[in-house]
Design a protein around this ligand. Structure first.
Ligand code: PMP
Length: 460
Protein backbone atom coordinates (compact mmCIF):
# COMPACT_ATOMS: atom_id res chain seq x y z
CA UNK A 1 0.00 0.00 0.00
CA UNK A 2 2.99 2.30 -0.31
CA UNK A 3 2.43 5.42 -2.39
CA UNK A 4 -1.29 5.45 -1.68
CA UNK A 5 -3.03 8.43 -0.12
CA UNK A 6 -4.52 8.17 3.33
CA UNK A 7 -7.98 8.30 1.84
CA UNK A 8 -7.11 5.35 -0.42
CA UNK A 9 -5.68 3.33 2.47
CA UNK A 10 -8.73 4.01 4.58
CA UNK A 11 -10.93 2.84 1.74
CA UNK A 12 -8.95 -0.36 1.22
CA UNK A 13 -9.28 -1.22 4.89
CA UNK A 14 -13.02 -0.63 5.14
CA UNK A 15 -14.95 -0.89 1.88
CA UNK A 16 -15.77 -4.13 0.09
CA UNK A 17 -15.83 -3.17 -3.58
CA UNK A 18 -18.27 -4.68 -6.08
CA UNK A 19 -17.02 -5.68 -9.53
CA UNK A 20 -13.42 -5.41 -8.41
CA UNK A 21 -10.51 -7.82 -8.30
CA UNK A 22 -10.26 -7.84 -4.53
CA UNK A 23 -6.68 -9.07 -4.62
CA UNK A 24 -5.08 -6.53 -6.97
CA UNK A 25 -7.21 -3.75 -5.51
CA UNK A 26 -5.24 -3.98 -2.28
CA UNK A 27 -2.18 -2.57 -4.04
CA UNK A 28 -3.82 -0.37 -6.71
CA UNK A 29 -6.44 1.25 -4.47
CA UNK A 30 -9.40 3.33 -5.65
CA UNK A 31 -9.73 6.38 -7.87
CA UNK A 32 -11.61 8.62 -5.49
CA UNK A 33 -14.05 10.97 -7.20
CA UNK A 34 -14.80 14.01 -5.15
CA UNK A 35 -17.18 16.21 -7.09
CA UNK A 36 -18.98 16.68 -10.38
CA UNK A 37 -20.03 19.49 -12.68
CA UNK A 38 -22.04 19.01 -15.89
CA UNK A 39 -20.48 16.08 -17.74
CA UNK A 40 -17.25 16.34 -15.73
CA UNK A 41 -16.05 14.79 -12.50
CA UNK A 42 -12.98 15.68 -10.46
CA UNK A 43 -10.83 13.34 -8.39
CA UNK A 44 -9.37 13.94 -4.95
CA UNK A 45 -6.26 15.47 -6.55
CA UNK A 46 -8.39 17.95 -8.47
CA UNK A 47 -7.87 16.25 -11.87
CA UNK A 48 -10.77 16.75 -14.29
CA UNK A 49 -12.36 13.92 -16.31
CA UNK A 50 -15.15 13.70 -18.86
CA UNK A 51 -17.53 11.13 -17.38
CA UNK A 52 -17.83 9.09 -20.57
CA UNK A 53 -19.95 6.46 -18.81
CA UNK A 54 -22.42 8.75 -17.01
CA UNK A 55 -21.25 6.96 -13.87
CA UNK A 56 -22.72 3.51 -14.39
CA UNK A 57 -24.78 4.37 -17.50
CA UNK A 58 -27.03 6.49 -15.32
CA UNK A 59 -26.34 10.17 -14.62
CA UNK A 60 -28.28 11.29 -17.68
CA UNK A 61 -28.53 14.94 -16.63
CA UNK A 62 -24.91 15.24 -15.56
CA UNK A 63 -23.54 16.02 -12.13
CA UNK A 64 -24.82 19.42 -11.06
CA UNK A 65 -28.51 19.64 -11.87
CA UNK A 66 -29.82 22.16 -9.36
CA UNK A 67 -33.49 21.41 -10.09
CA UNK A 68 -33.01 17.80 -8.95
CA UNK A 69 -31.24 18.89 -5.80
CA UNK A 70 -34.07 21.34 -5.07
CA UNK A 71 -36.71 18.69 -5.72
CA UNK A 72 -35.03 16.38 -3.20
CA UNK A 73 -34.61 19.12 -0.63
CA UNK A 74 -38.20 20.33 -0.90
CA UNK A 75 -39.54 16.80 -0.61
CA UNK A 76 -37.34 16.08 2.39
CA UNK A 77 -38.70 19.17 4.10
CA UNK A 78 -42.30 18.30 3.29
CA UNK A 79 -42.34 14.54 3.80
CA UNK A 80 -38.98 12.75 3.99
CA UNK A 81 -40.54 9.33 4.22
CA UNK A 82 -43.88 7.93 3.26
CA UNK A 83 -44.96 4.47 2.19
CA UNK A 84 -47.55 2.90 -0.02
CA UNK A 85 -48.31 -0.28 1.97
CA UNK A 86 -51.75 -1.30 3.15
CA UNK A 87 -53.74 1.56 1.72
CA UNK A 88 -51.37 4.41 2.54
CA UNK A 89 -49.90 6.65 -0.11
CA UNK A 90 -48.40 10.05 -0.86
CA UNK A 91 -48.87 12.27 -3.86
CA UNK A 92 -45.46 11.78 -5.45
CA UNK A 93 -46.23 8.08 -6.03
CA UNK A 94 -49.20 8.65 -8.34
CA UNK A 95 -47.55 11.67 -9.94
CA UNK A 96 -44.56 9.56 -11.00
CA UNK A 97 -46.70 6.58 -11.99
CA UNK A 98 -48.79 8.83 -14.24
CA UNK A 99 -45.70 10.23 -15.91
CA UNK A 100 -44.28 6.76 -16.52
CA UNK A 101 -47.53 5.37 -17.84
CA UNK A 102 -47.80 8.27 -20.27
CA UNK A 103 -44.47 7.49 -21.93
CA UNK A 104 -44.24 3.68 -21.52
CA UNK A 105 -43.84 1.84 -24.83
CA UNK A 106 -46.81 -0.42 -24.12
CA UNK A 107 -50.29 -0.13 -22.71
CA UNK A 108 -49.31 0.24 -19.05
CA UNK A 109 -51.98 0.06 -16.38
CA UNK A 110 -50.03 0.24 -13.11
CA UNK A 111 -46.50 0.90 -11.91
CA UNK A 112 -44.73 -1.01 -9.14
CA UNK A 113 -41.79 0.92 -7.71
CA UNK A 114 -38.59 -0.38 -6.15
CA UNK A 115 -35.06 0.77 -5.46
CA UNK A 116 -32.89 -0.46 -8.34
CA UNK A 117 -32.67 -2.23 -11.66
CA UNK A 118 -31.98 -5.56 -9.97
CA UNK A 119 -35.05 -5.19 -7.81
CA UNK A 120 -37.10 -4.21 -10.84
CA UNK A 121 -36.20 -7.44 -12.61
CA UNK A 122 -36.68 -9.44 -9.44
CA UNK A 123 -40.16 -7.98 -9.25
CA UNK A 124 -40.77 -8.91 -12.86
CA UNK A 125 -40.15 -12.55 -12.02
CA UNK A 126 -42.29 -12.45 -8.89
CA UNK A 127 -45.13 -10.71 -10.71
CA UNK A 128 -45.04 -13.18 -13.54
CA UNK A 129 -45.10 -16.15 -11.18
CA UNK A 130 -47.90 -14.56 -9.17
CA UNK A 131 -49.84 -13.78 -12.34
CA UNK A 132 -49.61 -17.31 -13.68
CA UNK A 133 -50.72 -18.75 -10.34
CA UNK A 134 -53.61 -16.30 -10.37
CA UNK A 135 -54.49 -17.41 -13.89
CA UNK A 136 -54.50 -21.06 -12.83
CA UNK A 137 -51.36 -21.90 -14.81
CA UNK A 138 -48.96 -22.95 -12.07
CA UNK A 139 -46.73 -24.78 -14.55
CA UNK A 140 -46.06 -21.61 -16.62
CA UNK A 141 -43.07 -20.27 -14.68
CA UNK A 142 -39.87 -20.60 -16.67
CA UNK A 143 -38.13 -17.45 -17.80
CA UNK A 144 -35.71 -17.10 -20.65
CA UNK A 145 -32.99 -14.49 -20.85
CA UNK A 146 -29.90 -14.35 -23.02
CA UNK A 147 -26.25 -15.19 -22.63
CA UNK A 148 -24.33 -11.93 -22.19
CA UNK A 149 -27.49 -10.14 -21.02
CA UNK A 150 -27.31 -8.10 -17.83
CA UNK A 151 -30.33 -7.84 -15.57
CA UNK A 152 -28.87 -7.37 -12.10
CA UNK A 153 -27.29 -9.23 -9.23
CA UNK A 154 -29.95 -10.36 -6.76
CA UNK A 155 -30.47 -14.11 -6.61
CA UNK A 156 -33.21 -14.01 -9.24
CA UNK A 157 -32.05 -11.09 -11.40
CA UNK A 158 -28.48 -12.37 -11.14
CA UNK A 159 -29.81 -15.64 -12.51
CA UNK A 160 -31.29 -13.78 -15.48
CA UNK A 161 -27.93 -12.16 -16.12
CA UNK A 162 -26.06 -14.29 -18.63
CA UNK A 163 -22.46 -13.59 -17.63
CA UNK A 164 -20.20 -16.21 -16.06
CA UNK A 165 -18.77 -13.93 -13.33
CA UNK A 166 -22.27 -13.33 -11.98
CA UNK A 167 -22.93 -17.06 -11.60
CA UNK A 168 -19.55 -18.53 -10.69
CA UNK A 169 -19.21 -19.34 -6.99
CA UNK A 170 -22.65 -17.86 -6.30
CA UNK A 171 -24.43 -21.13 -7.17
CA UNK A 172 -26.51 -19.39 -9.82
CA UNK A 173 -28.64 -19.53 -11.89
CA UNK A 174 -31.60 -20.74 -9.86
CA UNK A 175 -33.98 -23.22 -11.44
CA UNK A 176 -36.59 -22.19 -13.98
CA UNK A 177 -34.28 -19.62 -15.57
CA UNK A 178 -32.81 -20.45 -18.97
CA UNK A 179 -30.45 -18.68 -21.32
CA UNK A 180 -30.63 -18.55 -25.06
CA UNK A 181 -27.90 -17.32 -27.43
CA UNK A 182 -26.54 -13.79 -27.44
CA UNK A 183 -27.19 -11.47 -30.41
CA UNK A 184 -23.49 -10.65 -30.79
CA UNK A 185 -23.16 -10.96 -34.56
CA UNK A 186 -19.57 -9.69 -34.77
CA UNK A 187 -18.37 -12.46 -32.46
CA UNK A 188 -20.88 -15.20 -33.03
CA UNK A 189 -22.01 -14.81 -36.61
CA UNK A 190 -20.56 -17.62 -38.72
CA UNK A 191 -18.33 -17.01 -41.72
CA UNK A 192 -20.57 -16.15 -44.67
CA UNK A 193 -23.67 -15.81 -42.48
CA UNK A 194 -25.53 -12.51 -42.98
CA UNK A 195 -26.88 -10.52 -40.04
CA UNK A 196 -30.39 -11.46 -41.07
CA UNK A 197 -29.46 -15.15 -41.21
CA UNK A 198 -27.80 -14.90 -37.83
CA UNK A 199 -30.99 -13.37 -36.39
CA UNK A 200 -33.01 -16.19 -37.91
CA UNK A 201 -30.68 -18.71 -36.30
CA UNK A 202 -31.02 -17.06 -32.89
CA UNK A 203 -34.82 -16.99 -33.18
CA UNK A 204 -34.79 -20.68 -34.16
CA UNK A 205 -32.65 -21.49 -31.14
CA UNK A 206 -35.12 -19.67 -28.93
CA UNK A 207 -37.96 -21.67 -30.43
CA UNK A 208 -36.04 -24.93 -29.97
CA UNK A 209 -35.46 -24.10 -26.30
CA UNK A 210 -39.15 -23.34 -25.84
CA UNK A 211 -40.16 -26.60 -27.49
CA UNK A 212 -37.58 -28.57 -25.53
CA UNK A 213 -38.85 -27.20 -22.21
CA UNK A 214 -42.52 -27.29 -23.23
CA UNK A 215 -44.18 -24.05 -24.39
CA UNK A 216 -46.83 -24.30 -21.67
CA UNK A 217 -44.06 -24.03 -19.04
CA UNK A 218 -42.49 -20.83 -20.41
CA UNK A 219 -43.76 -17.68 -18.73
CA UNK A 220 -41.53 -14.92 -20.00
CA UNK A 221 -38.61 -13.66 -22.02
CA UNK A 222 -36.47 -10.71 -20.96
CA UNK A 223 -34.08 -8.70 -23.10
CA UNK A 224 -32.27 -5.39 -23.13
CA UNK A 225 -32.87 -3.53 -26.42
CA UNK A 226 -29.11 -2.97 -26.59
CA UNK A 227 -27.14 -5.21 -24.26
CA UNK A 228 -25.21 -2.91 -21.98
CA UNK A 229 -22.87 -4.37 -19.40
CA UNK A 230 -22.53 -7.59 -21.42
CA UNK A 231 -20.71 -5.67 -24.17
CA UNK A 232 -22.89 -2.95 -25.73
CA UNK A 233 -24.27 -5.46 -28.19
CA UNK A 234 -26.65 -4.08 -30.83
CA UNK A 235 -29.47 -6.28 -32.07
CA UNK A 236 -28.55 -7.50 -35.56
CA UNK A 237 -30.76 -6.92 -38.58
CA UNK A 238 -34.26 -8.33 -38.12
CA UNK A 239 -33.47 -9.71 -34.68
CA UNK A 240 -36.32 -8.48 -32.50
CA UNK A 241 -38.88 -8.96 -35.26
CA UNK A 242 -37.97 -12.64 -35.44
CA UNK A 243 -37.76 -13.06 -31.66
CA UNK A 244 -41.11 -11.31 -31.26
CA UNK A 245 -42.75 -13.72 -33.70
CA UNK A 246 -41.59 -16.68 -31.60
CA UNK A 247 -42.81 -15.08 -28.37
CA UNK A 248 -46.19 -14.31 -29.92
CA UNK A 249 -46.52 -17.84 -31.24
CA UNK A 250 -46.15 -19.36 -27.76
CA UNK A 251 -47.89 -16.66 -25.71
CA UNK A 252 -44.73 -15.61 -23.89
CA UNK A 253 -44.67 -12.41 -21.84
CA UNK A 254 -42.00 -10.04 -23.14
CA UNK A 255 -40.10 -7.81 -20.72
CA UNK A 256 -37.93 -5.05 -22.13
CA UNK A 257 -35.17 -4.27 -19.65
CA UNK A 258 -34.86 -0.53 -20.22
CA UNK A 259 -32.57 0.09 -17.27
CA UNK A 260 -29.86 1.47 -19.59
CA UNK A 261 -31.76 2.13 -22.82
CA UNK A 262 -34.72 3.89 -21.19
CA UNK A 263 -35.21 7.66 -21.30
CA UNK A 264 -33.81 8.75 -24.64
CA UNK A 265 -30.48 6.91 -24.58
CA UNK A 266 -30.98 5.28 -28.00
CA UNK A 267 -32.70 8.25 -29.64
CA UNK A 268 -36.23 7.30 -28.61
CA UNK A 269 -37.77 7.47 -25.16
CA UNK A 270 -37.29 3.69 -24.87
CA UNK A 271 -35.02 1.24 -26.63
CA UNK A 272 -38.07 -0.89 -27.43
CA UNK A 273 -39.23 1.89 -29.77
CA UNK A 274 -35.84 2.12 -31.48
CA UNK A 275 -35.88 -1.59 -32.30
CA UNK A 276 -39.60 -2.16 -32.93
CA UNK A 277 -40.03 -4.40 -29.86
CA UNK A 278 -43.54 -4.92 -28.50
CA UNK A 279 -43.02 -5.55 -24.80
CA UNK A 280 -45.72 -6.40 -22.26
CA UNK A 281 -43.75 -4.65 -19.55
CA UNK A 282 -40.61 -2.61 -18.95
CA UNK A 283 -38.05 -2.41 -16.15
CA UNK A 284 -36.54 1.00 -15.50
CA UNK A 285 -34.07 2.51 -13.02
CA UNK A 286 -30.86 4.56 -13.48
CA UNK A 287 -31.92 7.53 -15.69
CA UNK A 288 -35.39 7.47 -14.12
CA UNK A 289 -33.91 9.78 -11.48
CA UNK A 290 -30.74 10.65 -13.40
CA UNK A 291 -29.29 8.41 -10.66
CA UNK A 292 -29.40 11.22 -8.10
CA UNK A 293 -31.34 8.88 -5.80
CA UNK A 294 -31.96 5.13 -6.06
CA UNK A 295 -35.26 4.21 -7.66
CA UNK A 296 -36.55 1.61 -10.11
CA UNK A 297 -39.92 0.56 -11.43
CA UNK A 298 -41.82 -1.97 -13.49
CA UNK A 299 -44.98 -1.38 -15.45
CA UNK A 300 -47.76 -3.92 -15.87
CA UNK A 301 -50.71 -4.17 -18.23
CA UNK A 302 -54.39 -4.30 -17.34
CA UNK A 303 -54.65 -8.05 -17.83
CA UNK A 304 -52.04 -8.73 -15.15
CA UNK A 305 -53.61 -6.17 -12.86
CA UNK A 306 -57.05 -7.77 -13.19
CA UNK A 307 -55.62 -11.20 -12.47
CA UNK A 308 -53.96 -9.80 -9.35
CA UNK A 309 -57.23 -8.31 -8.18
CA UNK A 310 -58.89 -11.70 -8.64
CA UNK A 311 -56.12 -13.24 -6.58
CA UNK A 312 -56.64 -10.69 -3.82
CA UNK A 313 -60.32 -11.69 -3.74
CA UNK A 314 -59.14 -15.21 -3.01
CA UNK A 315 -56.06 -14.82 -0.82
CA UNK A 316 -56.21 -11.24 0.41
CA UNK A 317 -53.04 -9.21 0.57
CA UNK A 318 -50.61 -8.88 -2.32
CA UNK A 319 -47.63 -9.90 -0.21
CA UNK A 320 -44.81 -7.91 -1.70
CA UNK A 321 -43.22 -4.50 -1.15
CA UNK A 322 -40.07 -2.79 0.06
CA UNK A 323 -39.86 -0.20 2.83
CA UNK A 324 -38.58 2.11 0.11
CA UNK A 325 -41.18 1.24 -2.56
CA UNK A 326 -42.12 4.66 -4.03
CA UNK A 327 -39.92 6.49 -1.52
CA UNK A 328 -41.18 10.09 -1.71
CA UNK A 329 -37.77 11.72 -2.08
CA UNK A 330 -36.79 9.31 -4.85
CA UNK A 331 -40.19 9.76 -6.50
CA UNK A 332 -39.93 13.56 -6.30
CA UNK A 333 -36.48 13.51 -7.92
CA UNK A 334 -37.71 11.09 -10.60
CA UNK A 335 -40.75 13.30 -11.31
CA UNK A 336 -38.43 16.27 -11.72
CA UNK A 337 -36.10 14.25 -13.95
CA UNK A 338 -38.96 13.28 -16.27
CA UNK A 339 -40.19 16.88 -16.24
CA UNK A 340 -36.73 18.09 -17.27
CA UNK A 341 -36.54 15.52 -20.08
CA UNK A 342 -39.77 16.95 -21.39
CA UNK A 343 -39.29 20.67 -20.90
CA UNK A 344 -35.72 20.69 -22.20
CA UNK A 345 -36.65 18.22 -24.94
CA UNK A 346 -33.76 15.91 -24.14
CA UNK A 347 -34.97 13.53 -26.82
CA UNK A 348 -34.46 16.13 -29.57
CA UNK A 349 -31.08 17.00 -28.09
CA UNK A 350 -30.01 13.34 -28.19
CA UNK A 351 -31.23 13.04 -31.77
CA UNK A 352 -29.34 16.20 -32.72
CA UNK A 353 -25.97 15.14 -31.28
CA UNK A 354 -26.25 11.37 -31.90
CA UNK A 355 -24.92 11.53 -35.48
CA UNK A 356 -21.70 13.16 -34.21
CA UNK A 357 -21.40 10.62 -31.42
CA UNK A 358 -22.06 7.69 -33.75
CA UNK A 359 -19.64 9.04 -36.37
CA UNK A 360 -16.86 9.45 -33.82
CA UNK A 361 -17.34 5.93 -32.41
CA UNK A 362 -17.53 4.39 -35.88
CA UNK A 363 -14.44 6.39 -36.85
CA UNK A 364 -12.41 4.22 -34.47
CA UNK A 365 -13.03 1.25 -36.77
CA UNK A 366 -9.99 2.46 -38.75
CA UNK A 367 -7.71 2.20 -35.74
CA UNK A 368 -5.34 -0.82 -35.82
CA UNK A 369 -6.62 -1.98 -32.42
CA UNK A 370 -10.33 -1.83 -33.14
CA UNK A 371 -12.04 -4.92 -34.56
CA UNK A 372 -15.56 -3.58 -34.30
CA UNK A 373 -17.15 -0.24 -33.51
CA UNK A 374 -20.85 0.21 -32.80
CA UNK A 375 -23.09 3.04 -31.68
CA UNK A 376 -26.72 4.06 -31.50
CA UNK A 377 -27.94 7.31 -30.03
CA UNK A 378 -25.59 8.10 -27.15
CA UNK A 379 -24.37 4.59 -26.41
CA UNK A 380 -21.52 2.87 -28.17
CA UNK A 381 -18.47 0.66 -27.88
CA UNK A 382 -15.28 -0.43 -29.53
CA UNK A 383 -13.96 -3.96 -29.38
CA UNK A 384 -10.18 -4.22 -29.17
CA UNK A 385 -8.54 -7.09 -31.01
CA UNK A 386 -5.01 -8.33 -31.68
CA UNK A 387 -5.82 -9.08 -35.33
CA UNK A 388 -8.55 -7.25 -37.18
CA UNK A 389 -8.64 -9.76 -40.03
CA UNK A 390 -9.14 -12.86 -37.91
CA UNK A 391 -10.80 -11.03 -34.96
CA UNK A 392 -8.25 -12.72 -32.71
CA UNK A 393 -8.44 -11.38 -29.17
CA UNK A 394 -5.50 -10.29 -27.10
CA UNK A 395 -4.20 -12.70 -24.52
CA UNK A 396 -6.33 -12.37 -21.41
CA UNK A 397 -3.22 -11.72 -19.34
CA UNK A 398 -2.50 -8.60 -21.42
CA UNK A 399 -5.73 -7.10 -20.04
CA UNK A 400 -5.90 -4.72 -22.98
CA UNK A 401 -9.34 -3.44 -22.05
CA UNK A 402 -8.09 -2.42 -18.61
CA UNK A 403 -4.97 -0.90 -20.17
CA UNK A 404 -7.17 1.18 -22.50
CA UNK A 405 -9.38 2.25 -19.64
CA UNK A 406 -6.29 3.34 -17.69
CA UNK A 407 -4.91 5.21 -20.71
CA UNK A 408 -8.22 7.02 -21.17
CA UNK A 409 -8.17 7.94 -17.50
CA UNK A 410 -4.70 9.40 -17.89
CA UNK A 411 -6.02 11.57 -20.73
CA UNK A 412 -8.98 12.73 -18.64
CA UNK A 413 -11.74 10.41 -19.83
CA UNK A 414 -13.65 7.85 -17.84
CA UNK A 415 -14.79 4.83 -19.86
CA UNK A 416 -15.52 1.26 -18.88
CA UNK A 417 -13.75 -1.90 -19.99
CA UNK A 418 -16.21 -4.78 -20.32
CA UNK A 419 -15.40 -8.47 -20.66
CA UNK A 420 -13.83 -9.20 -24.06
CA UNK A 421 -11.76 -5.99 -24.24
CA UNK A 422 -14.82 -3.96 -25.10
CA UNK A 423 -14.63 -0.26 -24.24
CA UNK A 424 -18.05 1.24 -23.58
CA UNK A 425 -19.17 4.84 -24.09
CA UNK A 426 -22.33 6.16 -22.49
CA UNK A 427 -21.97 9.84 -21.57
CA UNK A 428 -24.60 11.99 -19.86
CA UNK A 429 -27.42 12.79 -22.29
CA UNK A 430 -26.75 16.52 -21.88
CA UNK A 431 -23.36 16.22 -23.57
CA UNK A 432 -22.87 18.88 -26.23
CA UNK A 433 -21.44 18.50 -29.71
CA UNK A 434 -18.04 20.03 -28.84
CA UNK A 435 -17.83 17.94 -25.67
CA UNK A 436 -18.39 14.81 -27.74
CA UNK A 437 -15.48 15.94 -29.90
CA UNK A 438 -13.27 16.43 -26.84
CA UNK A 439 -14.36 13.09 -25.36
CA UNK A 440 -13.31 11.14 -28.43
CA UNK A 441 -10.15 13.20 -29.00
CA UNK A 442 -9.10 12.04 -25.52
CA UNK A 443 -10.05 8.45 -26.40
CA UNK A 444 -8.05 8.65 -29.64
CA UNK A 445 -4.96 9.74 -27.68
CA UNK A 446 -5.54 6.87 -25.26
CA UNK A 447 -5.82 4.34 -28.12
CA UNK A 448 -2.55 5.57 -29.60
CA UNK A 449 -0.91 5.01 -26.20
CA UNK A 450 -2.34 1.49 -26.09
CA UNK A 451 -1.06 0.79 -29.60
CA UNK A 452 2.42 1.94 -28.53
CA UNK A 453 2.15 -0.33 -25.47
CA UNK A 454 1.11 -3.30 -27.62
CA UNK A 455 4.07 -2.78 -29.92
CA UNK A 456 6.55 -2.23 -27.12
CA UNK A 457 5.44 -5.35 -25.27
CA UNK A 458 5.07 -7.42 -28.48
CA UNK A 459 1.52 -8.38 -27.61
CA UNK A 460 0.26 -9.21 -31.12
N1 PMP B 1 -30.64 -4.17 -16.04
C1 PMP B 1 -29.75 -3.56 -16.81
C2 PMP B 1 -29.98 -3.53 -18.28
C3 PMP B 1 -28.63 -2.96 -16.24
O1 PMP B 1 -27.74 -2.36 -17.01
C4 PMP B 1 -28.47 -2.97 -14.84
C5 PMP B 1 -27.28 -2.31 -14.16
N2 PMP B 1 -26.18 -2.06 -14.92
C6 PMP B 1 -29.42 -3.64 -14.08
C7 PMP B 1 -30.51 -4.22 -14.69
C8 PMP B 1 -29.30 -3.72 -12.59
O2 PMP B 1 -29.50 -2.49 -12.05
P1 PMP B 1 -28.95 -2.14 -10.59
O3 PMP B 1 -27.46 -2.11 -10.68
O4 PMP B 1 -29.57 -0.79 -10.33
O5 PMP B 1 -29.45 -3.16 -9.67
Amino acid sequence: MTGLSNAAKRDIETVLHPYTNLDTFRSTGPLIIERGEGIHVFDSEGKEYIEGMAGLWCTSLGYSEAELIDAATEQMRQLPFGHVFGGRSHERAAELAEKLKAIAPHDASKVLFCGSGSEANDQQIKLLWYYNNAKGRPEKKKIISRLQGYHGVTIASGSLTGLPANHMDFDLPIERIFHTGSPHYYRQGEVGESEEEFSTRRAQELEELILREGPETIAGFIAEPIMGAGGVVMPPQGYFEKIQAVLDKYDIYFISDEVICGFARTGNMFGAETFGMKPDSISVAKALSSAYVPIGAVTIGEDMYQAMIDESKKIGTFGHGFTYTAHPVAAAVACKTLEIYEKRDILSHVRAVAPTFEKRVMGFADHPLVGNARAKGLIGAIELVADKGTKKSFDKAAAIGAVAMGAAQKHGLIVRALAGDIIAFCPPLIIKEDEIGEMFDRMARALDDVEAHVRKEGLR
